[in-house]
Write a new protein. Structure first.
Length: 273
């Protein structure tokens, strides 16, 4: 699947990278339009996407200290971004000894729309399907899963368990049934094809702050989906040529190289200079 950067996704990535002011001040609309324009998003698309995010309760209208119209993150949006940070910027290698979390659910037929919502939410959290109504993920995802299910009012339909896989198949064989590993590997290869050349270019010939902002936001917008599609399994359960570690290294290098340099470009727009 070809990489796509939608206006709404880019706006979420922008707020995640640069729009969480400690004083919760709003991002001026004019600044958002100019900064998204660097990425090729036109003003009507920015305004339309902001409106949709506002209707979803993720952005709240407000005024900057100088009186300009803007949008700040809602409490729910901040919590979602904070949860996402723990995945997006994770550095620790998972261990098989940490075990698994199981989500076992049952939804009445009269509320089957919630069954679909549950399945899609668990999949987006990184769960694999072990059996009908039984989903599995690494145990470290427990807290985030619990928070997400409570936020969506789906917790009454779910029981959560923690434990170990005891057989009968080898765990590596079972993992290959629970997740579509070739599809996940393809997402990593796609990220590498798009952004590894960018990293090489920056290491050989650093550019200006505007380029750093643009390249970092595009990399972040691509990467932040991957830690949800990929549950990040222990290395011993994955094929020897698994590309996930290399793509994580590329994103981490881009983050360390470009994020703060990009902030130099963004800062004056947010402060009204």
């Amino acid at each position: 699947m070809a990489e796509q950067h939608t206006p709404r996704s880019l706006i979420v990535s922008f707020y995640g990278a640069y729009g969480r002011a400690p004083d919760e001040s709003p991002v001026p609309v004019a600044a958002l339009i100019r900064l998204l324009g660097v990425l090729g998003v036109d003003a009507p698309s920015v305004r339309s996407s902001v409106s949709r995010l506002k209707r979803r309760g993720l952005l709240l209208p407000g005024r900057t200290a100088g009186g300009a119209a803007g949008y700040a993150l809602s409490e729910d949006a901040r919590r979602l971004l904070d949860d996402g940070d723990r995945r997006i910027y994770a550095r620790t290698e998972p261990k098989l000894s940490e075990g698994w979390v199981l989500a076992v659910f049952s939804v009445p037929e009269a509320e089957r729309h919630k069954r679909h919502l549950l399945r899609s939410r668990l999949a987006r959290l990184g769960f694999g399907s072990a059996a009908p109504g039984v989903w599995i993920a690494p145990a470290r995802l427990y807290e985030e899963t619990r928070n997400a299910l409570e936020r969506l009012e789906l917790s009454p339909y779910v029981d959560l368990f923690r434990g170990d896989h005891l057989g009968y198949a080898a765990t590596a064989e079972a993992v290959a049934r629970w997740w579509d590993l070739p599809a996940i590997a393809g997402l990593h290869e796609e990220f590498l094809a798009a952004h590894e050349p960018v990293l090489r270019a920056w290491r050989s010939a650093p550019a200006d702050a505007e380029d750093a902002y643009r390249d970092y936001l595009l990399a972040l917008d691509s990467w932040r989906r991957l830690p949800y599609a990929d549950p990040v399994l222990p290395a011993e359960l994955l094929p020897d040529d698994w590309p996930g570690r290399r793509s994580a290294e590329v994103f981490t290098a881009l983050h360390e190289l470009l994020r703060d340099r990009g902030a130099e470009y963004v800062g004056p727009f947010l402060s009204g200079e």
